[in-house]
Design a protein around this ligand. Structure first.
Ligand SMILES: Cc1cc2nc3c(=O)[nH]c(=O)nc-3n(C[C@H](O)[C@H](O)[C@H](O)COP(=O)(O)O)c2cc1C
Length: 273
């Protein structure tokens, strides 16, 4: 049930909601926008109708347009976005403190607005919420890796993990999780149209919004390999559903390092046709 309603007093009959609907399920009944019940199943639930209405006359899925953030005057300027993108760094030194749960929640809620194929919105964030839980995960992963090393069962192309185990066992130096207080793993059902892109895009948005909130992140391929491929005993701790593809892992927390300027990469590899 889409609960598509029009505030007829405010509706100017401009037809923008009809024109912008990607699933083409909205039509005009007389001069008022309408979704015929047989077409409801085709709706992507993308809320374009609500977002595009100039007067806030469209409501769908029980969402009041008055509670949405207005865009006019609220978007970051291009130079601010440029600074955010160029000023993002992989953070590998973290303060020994958990983030406030409300902040973690907000970062995830906002990242969940990232686009997904046919708006499937099936990306699941598995979050290691605090340092205690991360320590437990780390112990399990390092124990599992240590066993693989001692039994000579590390796959050849992942033999470098032996070094990480060695420095962990000798010096408690944590190359895998970078001593970050938190880890987020994005996963999605293998059956949906684009599980891997959906996860990667969600984490990319997470990373940038985290940076804007003074939170550091690092894409964590090592943790993804360790958890996804080498130490399956870690999976029950995380509770990632069997039918999910593990998209990627990202460590995050309050940085113990401050970067003062952007870097300069380039020129970009561009092929013009
Ligand atoms: C897919 C991917 C996986 C990565 N995995 C790791 C990792 O396991 N550990 C790590 O310290 N950095 C990891 N990084 C960070 C890269 O090394 C880093 O992005 C690169 O050196 C450029 O530095 P910058 O992110 O600060 O610009 C990863 C980055 C990407 C995009």
């Amino acid at each position: 049930m889409l609960d598509f309603t029009i505030d007829e007093k405010n509706c100017t009959r401009c037809g923008q909601c009809v024109a912008d609907c990607p699933a083409r399920v909205i039509s005009m009944a007389g001069d008022v926008p309408f979704i015929v019940p047989e077409k409801e199943g085709g709706c992507y639930r993308c809320q374009h109708c609500l977002a595009v209405c100039p007067t806030g006359a469209v409501s769908i899925l029980g969402i009041s347009p008055g509670k949405c953030l207005p865009l006019a005057g609220n978007l970051p300027a291009p130079h601010q976005m440029e600074t955010l993108i160029k000023g993002r760094r992989s953070v590998r030194r973290y303060r020994d403190e958990d983030l406030e749960p409300e902040l973690v929640q907000q970062l995830l809620e906002v990242a969940w607005h990232a686009p997904t194929g046919v708006n499937s919105r099936q990306v699941r964030f598995t979050v290691v919420d605090n340092r205690k839980s991360l320590a437990r995960l780390r112990e399990t992963v390092m124990d599992g890796l240590g066993r693989l090393v001692r039994e000579g069962r590390l796959p050849e192309k992942l033999a470098f993990f032996a070094d990480y185990v060695r420095v962990w066992e000798a010096k408690r130096l944590d190359i895998l999780f970078r001593d970050a207080p938190h880890l987020v793993i994005a996963s999605a059902p293998k059956s949906i149209v684009s599980p891997l892109p959906d996860c990667l895009i969600a984490l990319s948005y997470f990373e940038l919004f985290a940076r804007a909130n003074g939170v550091g992140t690092v894409w964590n391929g090592l943790a993804k390999w360790a958890i996804g491929d080498l130490v399956p005993e870690a999976l029950p701790i995380l509770g990632i559903p069997d039918e999910h593809l593990i998209g990627y892992a990202m460590s995050f927390g309050r940085p113990a390092v401050q970067y003062h300027r952007t870097v300069q990469h380039g020129p970009a590899l561009i092929h013009r046709v």
